[in-house]
Design a protein around this ligand. Structure first.
Ligand code: NAD
Length: 348
């Protein structure tokens, strides 16, 4: 039987990506909604065949406790609200699939891990790219050594974050600007590709002056991560530039280019390597799959078989610590060392 989820927060990610993905999922189904807007919730409930009795306000979220169909919650709220709803879900015995970034601060993230551990519920952070077939192929190429050792990574995530007033421009609700929202994809990718944790971090942040969008948050962040194996990762994120979600991996004997590595769909991969005296660049094709559906089904499988998720709370917590270090390096204008985490942050 499919694992039932309560969707908390009916914003863009929930309505445009997560809920439609349940249609492609094989082990998961939406069975309840938690929203601040009764009209929107009723409309979404109708669309997904969710009974009105399973539609709740934020204040009434604890009513999910008495709904045996709800085994887990999916949290699609502004970053600074993740902590509260994770803690409340854990307290009523529901597993938590929480959107990235895990939280607005390290302290919130640590509290989320502790609360879920105490309540013996599972916590997974929605790092969709770690379930996406092309990113997984890139990991496989690194581990296989087929292009030799990985030497460096360039990861870019830029977009035009429009004029509309929204929580993303509010430091308290977002925890930062381009970095936690989209730069996080670059940061997390360099960790899952290397399978290592950075030794040190060197960063710059910048906000063009005179634009109210950047009065509280950074518009740009550029950061370099050095990994124990010697891999250098150069990452760039911007909120005021044309969409670029690309990643390039440089190996001893080849290059892997992924033009839309962090996009919702449309991933591609090009592999360049020596062919006689020339360089041959070939496209590698994988079967396209809905990464949101793969991610949600992974969590359902972990719930059913009582396994540790591939991207548990600890994975999000480590990124939160790294983002603090990135901001610190930028403000101090020097590289900052990172302690190695005592245990692996990622599950099988
Ligand atoms: P959104 O603004 O579209 O939706 C946020 C929802 O929270 C809305 O329904 C809003 O009504 C509700 N909300 C409740 N209290 C609020 C408050 N005090 N202020 C503002 N909104 C409030 O945002 P979104 O783009 O759906 O992002 C939600 C979460 O999902 C964020 O953590 C974001 O980082 C994450 N996200 C992940 C991906 C991904 O690819 N995995 C993509 C986009 C967003």
């Amino acid at each position: 039987e499919r694992i039932g989820y309560a969707i908390i927060g009916l914003g863009r990610i929930s309505v445009e990506e997560a809920l439609p993905a349940f249609g492609e999922a094989k082990q998961s189904r939406p069975v309840a909604l938690v929203s601040g807007s009764p009209e929107k919730a009723r409309e979404v409930a109708r669309r997904y065949g969710i009974p009105e009795s399973a539609v709740h306000s934020y204040e009434d979220m604890e009513k999910l406790r008495d709904n045996p169909d709800v085994k887990a919650v999916y949290i699609g709220l502004p970053n600074a609200m993740h902590r509260e709803y994770t803690v409340r879900a854990a307290a009523i015995g529901k597993h938590v699939l929480c959107e990235k970034p895990m939280a607005a601060t390290v302290e919130e993230a640590a509290e989320m891990v502790a609360a879920c551990e105490r309540a013996r519920v599972k916590l997974m952070i929605a790092y969709r790219c770690q379930y996406e077939p092309y990113n997984r192929e890139a990991i496989r190429i690194v581990r296989s050594g087929e292009l030799g050792k990985l030497r460096s990574i360039q990861a870019v995530n830029t977009q035009s974050q429009g004029q509309v007033a929204q929580w993303r421009f509010n430091h308290r609700l977002a925890g930062g600007g381009a970095l936690p929202d989209i730069g996080l994809y670059c940061l997390n990718a360099t960790r899952y590709l290397t399978g290592e944790e950075p030794v040190d971090v060197f960063a710059r942040t910048y906000s063009p002056p005179g634009d109210p969008r950047w009065s509280e948050i950074e518009e740009s962040a550029s950061f370099m991560l050095r990994y124990p194996s010697g891999v250098i990762a150069n990452c760039l994120t911007q909120y005021d530039a044309f969409n670029d979600k690309s990643m390039t991996l440089h190996f001893e004997r080849g290059t892997v280019e992924m033009p839309d590595a962090f996009a919702y769909h449309g991933q591609q991969m090009y592999v360049s390597q020596r062919a006689g005296s020339l360089t041959a660049r070939t496209q590698r094709r994988m079967e396209a799959k809905n990464q949101f559906a793969l991610e949600i089904d992974h969590f359902s499988e972990c719930i059913r078989t009582d396994r540790r998720p591939h991207t548990p709370g600890e994975e999000g917590l480590q990124d939160q610590k790294l983002m603090v270090t990135i901001y610190r390096s930028a403000s101090e204008g020097r590289p900052v060392e990172m302690p190695q985490p005592p245990a692996p942050t990622r599950g099988p």
